[in-house]
Design a protein. Structure first.
Ligand code: LLP
Length: 429
């Protein structure tokens, strides 16, 4: 797909093909087939559920590629030297890392484990940016041994730890807390001065001096101000702040590109982020951006099976599925809203609350949903689960974590298998 085409595809995002104005929340190319069943990457969702079981994460591979291409094109068209760095924490899966490496994106890793996965996914170490607000000596050594392209140093203590490891000549960015605050949920805001991340702005000059004094090669400044950023003016302010800290070759502005979790959300296209980010950065600098969720969130639909439908007269109807807070903890942590539909019966006749199977009242996936007459045995589709779902999955109630399946042109391939009960005891000694 040419870059221009993928921009167009993103703008439409299949909206015409799904009822209820839901098209842009589901993966590109999703549609209801002749049997009225949701198709993901050309695969029939009921057949997917039967073949791979539920709950499971189904990704449309072409969606991830289209978003990667559109994002790279948006930045390169405006500044040819700029780079898109995939924030792998959003979906730390070797198959996805391989896909984004193939698409020419660089990669942000935020721990020794993510570094391991990125190398396994086929990334060359030189393409990696090693993040983390409290990297251990072991992780720093791992990064140096692997010869990662750049370490994003977060504190004076970390500069000292690197100096102890005689990291002479290692290329670094210095992360600052820029005091730039987007309008987003407090738990995913990181730009404020009162933050565990980054060097206080007032100490930036001293951090540069310390890093250079320790023999590190300071390439530039970095900040990540938060996630789900819809109002782009903050990036203009951020560009000014970071460029003003010294005449370094690189300015790295983090991620935060917003996605549509629900039908009413209309995130700006990648071109708008590129415009805003580049607007205040002098054109002799290289701009780096680090989107995570916007490359993967809408590519995925989680399929569940409905088990119990309980009507409490005069109160509400509960629809319980076979997953919940173990495969998607975002509603509980961030009050994140999601859409849901019966996979072969889109519609909204029955107001209900969609809950999981965990022993916890807070295990609510969608508090105020509307489904078409939900019944036991139905397959429930929850879109926009591709970012921080698999990444933050857990084994609460000893529930095995779901598999990841990539769908493309009618073919489905398992890229991460479902956990087994044996996996649950595999670490016992
Ligand atoms: N760069 C850095 C340095 C970051 O810390 C992050 C996210 C990103 C890039 C990517 O942000 P994105 O484009 O994905 O918004 N678990 C939370 C998100 C925490 C994000 C942490 N850092 C959630 O599920 O919303």
């Amino acid at each position: 797909m040419a870059a221009g085409d993928s921009q167009g595809a993103l703008a439409d995002a299949g909206a015409a093909d799904l009822p209820g104005g839901l098209g842009h929340v589901f993966p590109l190319g999703s549609r209801l087939n002749e049997a009225g069943r949701l198709e993901i990457g050309g695969c029939d969702s009921l057949e997917l559920a039967r073949e791979f079981g539920t709950p499971a994460y189904f990704y449309a591979e072409d969606d991830m590629r289209a978003r990667a291409r559109a994002t790279v094109a948006a930045f390169r068209e405006r500044a040819s030297g700029s780079e898109v760095v995939y924030a792998s924490k959003a979906f730390p899966c070797t198959a996805a890392l391989a896909l984004f490496a193939e698409e020419g994106l660089l990669c942000d890793v935020a721990s020794g484990g993510e570094l391991h996965l990125a190398l396994r996914g086929g990334y060359g170490a030189e393409s990696l940016y090693m993040h983390g607000n409290n990297k251990t000596v072991a992780e720093l050594r791992q990064a140096l041994d692997a010869e990662v392209g750049c370490i994003v140093v977060d504190s004076f203590d970390e500069i000292a730890r690197l100096a102890d490891l005689t990291a002479d000549g290692q290329r670094v960015l210095i992360r600052v807390a820029p005091g730039v605050e987007p309008d987003t949920h407090a738990k995913i805001a990181t730009g404020q001065e009162d933050s565990k991340f980054g060097v206080p702005l007032a100490h930036a000059a001293r951090a540069i001096e310390a890093a250079e004094g320790a023999g590190l090669m300071v390439l530039g400044m970095h900040a990540h101000i938060g996630s789900q950023v819809f109002d782009l003016e903050v990036y203009e302010t951020l560009g000014e702040v970071l460029s003003g800290l010294g005449k370094f070759p690189v300015v790295s502005m983090g991620g935060g590109f917003a996605v549509a979790y629900t039908r009413d959300q209309r995130p700006p296209p990648p071109s708008a982020y590129a415009e805003a980010m580049l607007s205040a950065v002098p054109n002799d600098r290289q701009l780096l951006c680090e989107p995570g969720r916007s490359l993967v969130a809408n590519a995925c639909v989680t399929l569940y099976t409905v088990g119990t439908v309980k009507e409490i007269p005069g109160v509400r109807t509960y629809v319980a599925v076979d997953g919940g807070m173990s495969d998607n903890i975002r509603p509980m942590l961030y009050d994140a809203a999601y859409e849901a539909q019966i996979a072969d019966r889109f519609g909204e006749s029955t107001p209900c609350r969609i809950v999981g199977m965990h022993c916890e009242s807070g295990d609510v996936l969608v508090p105020d949903a509307a489904l078409a007459d939900p019944r036991p045995g139905d397959v429930l589709a929850v879109p926009a689960t591709g970012a921080y779902g698999h990444a933050m999955a857990n084994n609460y109630n000893a529930v095995p974590r779901p598999p990841v399946v990539f769908c493309r042109a009618g073919d489905a391939r398992l890229v991460v298998r479902r956990e087994t009960y044996d996996d649950l005891t595999a670490r016992d000694v």
